[in-house]
Design a protein around this ligand. Structure first.
Ligand SMILES: [Zn+2]
Length: 214
């Protein structure tokens, strides 16, 4: 079962990475079929196997030898390992995490992500929550949505806050504090820029770390 989940996870990671790349370039999710980002040559099936193809091709395109980002392997590997933790009760949190991981992949490259994603993630986080939490979370979500367009230079993105809200709803206050501490620590350690920073990737890395090593 673990091996099957690992394969599903690797495929899911590969799909999320490809969809994020297409969001960044503005390509349709369906057309053209999978191709090299440099020479645009269409890939054959054995070049599209998650994890294995990257290793067999030694991280290069089989046609033009352009380097394929190691992030591809990292995303596929992380998604594969994350999904091996699946049990039926963890379906919704994993789905929520997958959505925000996709947002983080888009955010890392463009500092934006598809707008529908926040709504979908909020909906997932509120399933089977008490009415008091649903009312509080939707009010706070509405407040963020209303305030941010009026704020000329916000010092934190609305997407970051929406992910924090969802994390708090699903995992509780103490876990949220740990998660934020690790995310901020990672950003301080890894960031070498003083301009605006895509924070969702750090929040997602921290969430995955907390997920895999609770
Ligand atoms: Zn190529």
């Amino acid at each position: 079962m673990t091996f099957i989940l690992f394969i599903y996870g690797a495929c899911l990671g590969s799909f999320l990475g490809a969809m994020a790349d297409r969001y960044v370039t503005g390509e349709s999710p369906l057309f053209p079929p999978s191709h090299c980002a440099t020479c645009s040559t269409r890939l054959v099936p054995w070049q599209m196997v998650p994890i294995l193809s990257y290793l067999l091709l030694r991280g290069r395109c089989g046609y033009c030898q352009a380097a394929i980002s190691p992030t591809t392997l990292l995303i596929e590997g992380t998604a594969a390992i994350s999904l091996t933790t699946w049990t039926p009760t963890l379906t919704l949190p994993l789905l929520w995490l997958g959505l925000w991981a996709f947002a983080a992949l888009c955010d890392a490259q463009t500092q934006t992500f598809p707008g529908w994603l926040s709504w979908a993630a909020l909906g997932i986080s509120l399933i089977s929550q008490p009415w008091s939490i649903i009312l509080l979370a939707t009010s706070l979500f509405g407040l963020i949505r209303w305030l941010w367009p009026h704020w000329s230079h916000p010092w934190i993105g609305d997407g970051d806050l929406e992910m924090m809200l969802g994390y708090w709803v699903i995992f509780g206050s103490l876990s949220t504090a740990h998660w934020l501490l690790i995310a901020c620590g990672l950003a301080l350690l890894l960031v070498r820029t003083h301009t605006s920073l895509a924070f969702l990737p750090y929040l997602t890395m921290s969430a995955l770390a907390c997920w895999l090593w609770p």
